[in-house]
Design a protein around this ligand. Structure first.
Ligand SMILES: [Zn+2]
Length: 371
């Protein structure tokens, strides 16, 4: 047992895998003139992530947290009644749209409530001190969902709801979000746009999804002005660029804000070869970013950190990115090596490039605004 060992919580449930996104081709909604295929947001990456944890022996080192259903009241802290009722109706019927690029199947309402509730159970376990940190491998994901509708495969805003729960029920005052999904964390940004209690940071591929979202100039509004921070990176960014963003922007911002809890909407679609992103992260890169966040959480909030699963669509590689994160959260090394790492690490452009540094520098004034 290493001295870095922590009580890492883990949330998962087989029902998460039963959320049926249909047979549309890739990310496209129903109705496009394209031969049906498997939907991009299907169970496979999540199931294989969970299975690799088990096969590596790591699962037995984790503290399993039982998910619960979120209540309607908890969902309505962020979402409109109309959105909730629409999801319920679509789900009770034969399935349909829960929002922009958001298919829902029969029974998806109950699964989305269990997904949101899994994240709530995780934040409860962290704040009560049952665990030091936790990863909620939930599905459907949440970081794109906005108040009035689902978006980008996300039905309810799991990560935003966890923060609202921590503010309203668990007595926390300051939460920092660090969204490393390759797409902009627009839903979480919108949830707290005028709220200075939440620092929302998103590091993402420039103008990838949603369209025209996640710009540097989106800095928050009203009392929340200065508490939203976007770092759009050029496509092709690798581990060097991500480490530079964390060292130059994310960690200094966290150190100024001094949160009571860090929440990471964790998508692995910035990984090399992801079908929905064009970045080059690899397992050691995720290990490194996680270690930086764990150290920041140690400095500010007794290690309290919650990761909520978001995107990540390469079913071969996502499990190894997830294992690297879980080893770092738990401080347990399984000895299982990522067979893709030599290939990914050798890709051209993994080092920080000048145009990527220039993009990072556009975000530096945001740190000053935090005081
Ligand atoms: Zn994504």
């Amino acid at each position: 047992m290493s001295s870095n060992k922590r009580r890492a919580g883990f949330v998962c449930h087989e029902l998460y895998m039963w959320h049926d996104t249909g047979n549309y081709a890739g990310p496209l909604p129903y109705g496009n003139p394209v031969q049906p295929d498997i939907h991009a947001e299907n169970p496979e990456t999540k199931r294989r992530f969970r299975n690799l944890l088990e096969v590596s022996g790591l699962t037995e080192q984790l503290h399993l947290i039982k998910p619960r259903m979120a209540t309607e009241e908890e969902i309505l802290r962020f979402h409109t009644k109309e959105h909730l009722e629409n999801v319920k109706k679509v789900s009770a019927d034969t399935g349909g749209d829960a929002g922009f690029f958001t298919p829902a199947g029969r029974g998806s309402y109950e699964i989305a409530m269990l997904s949101a509730g899994g994240v709530l159970a995780a934040v409860e376990a962290i704040v009560s001190g049952q665990v030091d940190n936790a990863y909620a491998l939930v599905r459907p994901p949440g970081h794109h969902a906005i108040a009035g509708e689902g978006m980008g495969f996300c039905i309810f805003g799991n990560a935003a709801l966890a923060g609202m729960h921590a503010f309203e029920q668990l007595g926390l005052n300051k939460i920092a979000y660090v969204d490393w999904d390759v797409h902009h964390g627009n839903g979480t940004q919108a949830a707290f746009y005028d709220d200075p209690r939440a620092l929302t940071i998103s590091v993402h591929q420039d103008n990838c999804f949603p369209p025209d979202s996640g710009h540097v100039h989106e800095i928050g509004a009203g009392a929340g002005e200065g508490f939203n921070l976007n770092v759009p990176l050029p496509p092709g960014s690798g581990v060097g660029a991500y480490e530079a963003v964390f060292d130059q922007v994310v960690i200094p911002a966290l150190d100024r804000f001094a949160p009571d809890l860090i929440i990471v909407p964790s998508g692995f679609d910035a990984g090399a070869y992801d079908p929905l992103g064009r970045m080059q992260m690899h397992s050691d890169g995720y290990r490194s970013l996680t270690a930086k966040l764990v150290a920041a959480a140690d400095r500010h909030c007794e290690g309290r950190m919650l990761l909520t699963h978001e995107g990540g669509y390469n079913s071969w590689t996502v499990p190894f990115f997830g294992l690297a994160v879980m080893e770092t959260l738990s401080g347990v090394s399984t000895g299982v090596e990522d067979p893709f790492l030599p290939l990914h690490a050798g890709l051209g452009g993994q080092d920080l490039q000048a145009h990527q540094q220039a993009a990072i520098e556009l975000a530096l004034p945001a740190i000053e605004r935090l005081g």
